[in-house]
Design a protein around this ligand. Structure first.
Ligand code: FES
Length: 78
């Protein structure tokens, strides 16, 4: 099955105190945000929010150790 994982992070403009759901399955059409397509994949989204309005780099490679945020793992290949 195709996924939307990519080898670079996504810069998201996030509102203060808004609930976001980060997609961990890669199937979302609104990746890296969950759109409910994880049903049947065994994966669940990660809920997150910010206390202030901010821009954040979100992981799109699926390998970050601090999801939903990029930790540079996409640069380490395979
Ligand atoms: S669509 Fe991927 S976790 Fe929800």
């Amino acid at each position: 099955m195709d996924t939307h994982f990519q080898n670079d992070p996504f810069k998201a403009s996030l509102d203060a105190n808004k609930e976001y759901w980060y997609c961990t399955c890669g199937q979302s059409d609104t990746f890296p945000f969950c759109d409910g397509n994880h049903e049947g994949t065994g994966k669940l989204p990660i809920k997150f929010s910010e206390e202030v309005e901010t821009d954040k780099w979100l992981c799109r490679c699926g390998r970050s150790g601090r999801k939903p945020y990029c930790d540079g793992s996409h640069q380490q290949g395979g």
